[in-house]
Ligand binder design. Structure first.
Ligand SMILES: O=C(O)CCc1cccc(O)c1O
Ligand SMILES: [Fe+2]
Length: 319
């Protein structure tokens, strides 16, 4: 009964607006090393926690959390498109176990996902369908948002389910850290954007998809020149957050307030709830130790960019 964890920032700007060669190299090394570490573990099941960016989930019915029984990546920004390898029976068992455990989640048999899911699968496992994966969506952009405490509760319950399987399980958290790319908000949206956020954005016409991507690319180019053109990255907050996770300080993570986090580190920082859920899941297997922490603010990617691995402590029996 063993489990590992890998958390990793994502950014669709890779290959569109890249940092200097040495930074790029450093990030590639970090990811390559994590990929090898995962391959050595040879996980039989992956549980991937990720947000969405109004590509698969909209305000027509926006769940705080949703588990996919089947999922399809749209391939935004040139990320891999196509079906994920979701073990449907197992995903269904997971939903049932959560409901019986007192954690209500939504489910989807037609889950549409974006770079938040496809990028870590591709980078860490080699392809989006390389290994069986249960995709777990956490709403990180459509206010009002779930709390940090509920992300922790969700993670712990998924961890208990995973532990009952007696398989090698890898938990992955995708997104963060501090950042605020130009993701629209319902409160300030014009009529057209509002319509898109309410659900008509599910399958954007190609020209509008392209315009949307160009908007993000241009925001990144501008952000390199002026780091106040978007909410500034906050390395200090990011490092503190990674420290809390490393040390398993879940009470302090629970106490993080959504409005405060948005104010300090940017609205999309809520993506880090995927990290909280992943670490909470691992904590259900017992005490853990972290490995290979990486952090660097990368304005080219509009991201406080981080990575960290963790595994249950060797020699510590799980009760
Ligand atoms: O799809 C979008 O509009 C947002 C893209 C995006 C940009 C930078 C960092 C991210 O984490 C991210 O998701
Ligand atoms: Fe994101």
């Amino acid at each position: 009964m063993t489990a590992r964890l890998q958390c990793l920032s994502h950014t669709p700007l890779v290959g569109h607006v890249d940092p200097a060669q040495d930074v790029l190299h450093e990030v590639r090394q970090t990811i390559a090393e994590a990929r090898d570490w995962i391959a050595t573990f040879d996980p039989e099941l992956v549980v991937l926690f990720s947000p969405d960016h109004f590509n698969g989930f909209f305000y027509d019915t926006m769940p705080p959390f949703c588990i996919g029984m089947q999922a399809h990546a749209i391939g935004d920004f040139g990320t891999p498109a196509g079906p994920l390898n979701v073990p449907q029976e197992l995903a269904r068992d997971c939903v049932q176990a959560l409901l019986e455990d007192g954690v209500d989640v939504a489910m989807s048999y037609t889950m549409q996902v974006d770079h938040g899911f496809s990028q870590p699968l591709d980078e860490l496992l080699g392809a989006i369908d390389a290994r069986p994966v249960i995709p777990v969506f956490i709403n990180a952009v459509a206010a009002p948002l779930p709390t940090f405490a509920r992300a922790r509760v969700l993670g712990e319950a998924i961890g208990r389910f995973a532990r009952s399987l007696n398989r090698r399980v890898l938990f992955v958290g995708s997104g963060g850290l501090s950042h605020q790319p130009p993701v629209p908000e319902l409160a300030t949206a014009n009529e057209h954007i509002r319509d898109r956020l309410l659900g008509s954005g599910r399958n954007l016409p190609p020209a509008e998809r392209e315009a949307r991507q160009q908007r993000v690319i241009h925001a990144a180019l501008r952000f390199i020149e002026d780091q106040h053109s978007l909410h500034p990255l906050n390395p200090q907050w990011d490092r503190h957050f990674m420290e809390l996770l490393s040390q398993g300080r879940f009470a302090e993570l629970d106490a993080l307030r959504n409005d405060e986090v948005s104010r300090l580190a940017g609205r999309s920082t809520h993506e880090v709830k995927t990290w909280v859920a992943a670490f909470a899941a691992l904590s259900s297997f017992g005490a853990y130790e972290t490995r290979a922490p990486y952090y660097r603010p990368i304005p080219e990617w509009i991201a406080g960019f981080g990575a960290i691995g963790a595994q249950t402590q060797t020699g510590v029996a799980v009760a």
